[in-house]
Design a protein around this ligand. Structure first.
Ligand code: PLP
Length: 404
């Protein structure tokens, strides 16, 4: 029982305190289950923020990692390797773009999209030097680099980290009229999450992305679609934009592209945009490395071969319905798409965190997002019976008097 405490103490002593994890120390995972150092089993209903859509240690992905680790792991882009091309082809074909540019983390891919959009703005659209403007949404989350936090509306993400890069402008998420009104001759891009994840699982009005893309297209503005969290099956479509019939002009992917075993991210675009990059313009030592490419290809194949997007839609709409039937004064709203679900706690019932702690005590791991929302996002490989088995736990924790 006390191994947990000592691991927590050790981590707290030696790490920077930039996170406040739930007090559970995980030592093993398989599918949608994880085990802690004291032998307790938990249902993982966070999936590492959707980086584990394929579940923990999917056999095909682990095999790809092992096989590649036995042959070649890193070349740098100073040389070619025999794995990158076929990975990028599979990714580009699945996503419907002509080219892909590989990176490692999500934030790097977002930075890559920003660079591509600005350069396209200067070289193709003809914006005057250093005038390029990018429209972003209030309440966004696109990562943690200094440029990206500079256009966050979350005070804590910015506080103490300035000065920030100029060239960004806000509109409310989901407001296509505001987008249209904000565009100027210097606007090169609109950067958006089709559903805001860290912002609290915020689903925009139906048709918003389609309308946004039309407006962008009419004004020669690129739609940068950040599907790092929503992509690869999470919302019940291969990409969340598919609900609106658009994937944008630059599609940004990460998280589940690495299958939960290795960081792999990328941007996808067609030639007009991707051709702005010339040798030396941009790069990454690890981006496109053979280990990441092998893992990325296997991870993508699992999503497609196991039809995880459809599974997510079916299980997600069923589970959301079940959650909505829980009669609790603490629940303000259950919302989401597919297995990307937010359960918002009434403000009067306090923060979402104590509810997550109580779920953890009963063997269900979720996390809180944007103060009042419990994020429910299990691996997409989860069985219906397993999902069903978690319902009594949610019912109990939401019963008056248990947490609040
Ligand atoms: C997680 C996330 C990122 C950042 O990805 P990292 O791999 O943590 O850098 C960017 N955009 C969205 C929408 C995300 O959910």
């Amino acid at each position: 029982m006390h191994r947990t405490e000592s691991f927590v103490r050790e981590a707290e002593r030696w790490s920077a305190h930039n996170y406040a994890p739930l007090p559970v120390v995980i030592e093993r995972g398989e599918g949608c289950w994880v085990w802690d150092v004291d032998g307790n089993r938990y249902l993982d209903m966070l999936s590492a923020y959707s980086a584990l859509n394929q579940g923990h240690r999917h056999p095909a992905i682990v095999r790809a990692l092992r096989d590649q680790a036995d042959r070649l792991t890193l070349t740098s882009r100073a040389f070619h390797n025999d794995r990158m091309g076929s990975f990028l082809q599979a990714l580009a074909e699945a996503a419907g773009f002509t080219r892909a540019l590989p990176m490692n983390t999500g934030a790097e891919a977002v930075e890559t999209a920003i660079k591509a959009a600005r350069k396209w703005g200067y070289e193709v659209k003809g914006v005057s030097e250093n005038r390029a403007e990018i429209i972003v949404c209030e309440n966004n989350f696109h990562g943690r680099t200094t440029t990206i936090v500079g256009f966050s509306s979350e005070e804590q993400y910015r506080d103490g980290f300035g000065p920030f890069a100029p060239g960004f402008k806000f509109i409310p998420h989901g407001d296509a009229d505001a987008l249209e009104a904000a565009i100027t001759d210097d606007t090169v891009a609109f950067l958006v999450e089709p559903i805001q994840g860290e912002g609290g699982i915020v689903v925009p009005p139906n048709g918003f992305l389609a309308r946004a893309h039309e407006i962008c297209h009419a004004n020669r503005v690129l739609l940068l679609n950040d599907e790092i969290q929503t992509g690869l099956g999470r919302t019940g479509r291969l990409f969340c934009g598919d609900w609106d019939g658009t994937r944008g002009d630059i599609l940004i992917v990460g998280k589940a592209l690495g299958g939960g075993v290795y960081p792999v991210s990328a941007i996808l675009a067609n030639d007009e945009v991707m051709d702005v990059f010339h040798p030396g313009d941009h790069g990454s030592t690890f981006g496109g490395n053979p280990l990441g490419a092998a893992v990325g290809l296997a991870s993508l194949r699992v999503i497609l071969d196991e039809d995880l997007a459809n599974r997510s839609e079916e299980l997600g709409s069923w589970f959301m319905n079940q959650l909505r039937q829980i009669d609790s004064p603490h629940v303000k709203e259950v919302r989401g798409r597919g297995l990307m679900i937010g359960l918002e706690i009434e403000a009067a019932s306090g923060m979402a965190r104590p509810f997550c702690e109580a779920l953890k005590e009963r063997g269900v791991l979720c996390n809180d997002t944007h103060h009042h929302t419990v994020r429910i996002a299990p691996p997409l490989v989860i069985e219906r019976e397993t999902l069903e088995g978690s319902l009594p736990v949610f019912e109990e924790v939401l019963r008056p008097g248990v947490v609040a």
